[in-house]
Design a protein around this ligand. Structure first.
Ligand code: GLN
Length: 281
């Protein structure tokens, strides 16, 4: 026998344990095997009673969330820039803040034409797939050093019918610029958290290699900035996501490398979250 809880009781219980209301709603919809966008359904069914199987699924989801696992890993889905991505612990959970990077990238690309775009450290494929979706005429390549991540990204591309091309590479090392041609745009949300940052404890379910980058968090960004000029078309842009306190450092690195029009953009929370620049014509 199980204690037959109602939809409303489940949501109240989860919130009393500290879950955000939207997280509780998503996890309950997942446990009820309802589409995750049907939050209104929960309101209309607040006195429905869970079956024993639904109740077991809900308890499991609740425990996983309480242990700090991202909601997206539990539901297996994350909405990003209007796309529903499949995600799991092989890839970073795509953040809404990264939509700032996509918006900026779209601003750099003309509405018409056939630009070449490269996404470095694609993870789930979020940035590359969003750009290909918004710019069907663009040719988009996406790189990751992790075969696990590439498997997730490829599956997303196939399911969403988006023709992104994938390359296994440690940043630009294995990218063959003779074959691809130089890029009008290179974007990246690389690892940028400093090793030993106390903030990492809260991210322990996500792949560490997607998060940390040396003692100041800038090792990978330094590599990307050093490698990118040989791959950028004249006037092409390099746009990087980084930590809330790294904009000045990334601006300095871009300037020292010879980039022009160095500038930063703020995320939804008002932090300077992305920095980019153009390679001179
Ligand atoms: N934005 C993530 C965080 O600090 C880190 C992502 C990354 O390193 N690219 O929560």
């Amino acid at each position: 026998m199980h204690n037959a809880a109602t939809v409303d009781q489940c949501l109240r219980h989860a919130q009393s344990l500290g879950l955000a209301r939207v997280d509780a709603q998503m996890l309950l919809l997942h446990s009820l095997q309802r589409p995750l966008h049907e939050r209104a359904w929960l309101l209309a069914h607040d006195s429905d009673t869970l079956t024993a199987a639904q109740s077991t699924a809900w308890q499991d989801a609740l425990q996983r969330r309480l242990s700090g696992e991202p909601v997206a890993y539990i539901t297996g889905r994350k909405d990003f820039f209007g796309l529903s991505l499949a995600v799991d612990a092989r890839v970073l959970d795509p953040r809404p803040d990264t939509e700032t990077l996509v918006e900026w990238a779209l601003d750099c690309l003309p509405e018409t034409g056939t630009p070449r775009i490269l996404d470095l450290g694609t993870g789930s494929g979020a940035v590359a797939l969003a750009l290909q979706h918004k710019r069907p005429n663009a040719t988009v390549w996406a790189v990751d050093a992790s075969e696990d991540a590439l498997a997730v990204a490829r599956a997303n591309a196939t399911r969403l019918h988006l023709g992104v091309q994938f390359i296994a590479s440690n940043w630009l090392k294995a990218v063959d610029v003779q074959g691809t041609g130089r890029f009008e745009l290179i974007v990246s949300n690389p690892p940028y958290v400093a090793e030993g940052d106390p903030h990492l404890a809260a991210l322990r379910h996500e792949p560490l290699q997607a998060l940390t980058s040396g003692s100041d968090g800038l090792d990978d960004i330094r590599q990307i900035i050093a490698q990118a000029p040989a791959f950028l078309a004249p006037g092409g842009w390099l746009l990087l996501e980084h930590g809330w306190d790294q904009a000045a450092a990334v601006q300095a690195l871009l300037g020292e490398a010879g980039f022009v029009q160095v500038q930063s953009r703020r995320d939804l929370g008002g932090m300077a979250r992305c920095t980019g620049a153009a390679w001179p014509v």
